[in-house]
Write a protein of this length. Structure first.
Length: 138
């Protein structure tokens, strides 16, 4: 699932995910549309912009977190430490970041979920730029 209010970026993310073999739900440009979709469809993973035209994506993130669905926050505004405090298993890619880097972050989150949510070695990734390096934070 791609939830992003910038249309060109949302389409670029969706196309990148499709090129990598994903069946993309969305993109959703508004929180209401995204919440409606997840109430009707099974979602395996999501890329979430934190700020959707002045609305935060947190209600959707809480729902996905409760359902055990891995997701990546893609944001340029939110404080990464507070995001990790609220959503400990989330991945964070700060803007600007390439669609390929965001897809890699989502792939890492999906792989961690496949290994089991009780993995004691899990540490969420926080990527500050579009580079391929990520720092691990506990």
């Amino acid at each position: 699932m791609v939830v992003e209010d910038e249309a060109l970026l949302a389409l670029d993310l969706a196309m990148t995910m499709e090129e990598l073999g994903a069946a993309v739900v969305g993109p959703c440009y508004r929180l209401g549309a995204a919440l409606d979709l997840v109430s009707r469809m099974k979602i395996d993973g999501a890329i979430l912009d934190v700020d959707l035209n002045g609305e935060t994506v947190f209600p959707l993130a809480r729902y996905l977190d409760e359902q055990g669905v891995p997701f990546v926050f893609h944001t340029g505004r939110a404080d990464p430490a507070s995001l990790l405090e609220a959503f400990g298993r989330a991945r964070i890619c700060t803007k600007p970041s390439t669609p390929e880097r965001i897809a890699a972050c989502l792939a890492e989150a999906l792989a961690d979920a496949d290994r089991g949510s009780d993995n004691d070695n899990y540490a969420p990734a926080y990527v500050q730029d579009g580079s391929s390096a990520s720092s691990q934070q506990a």
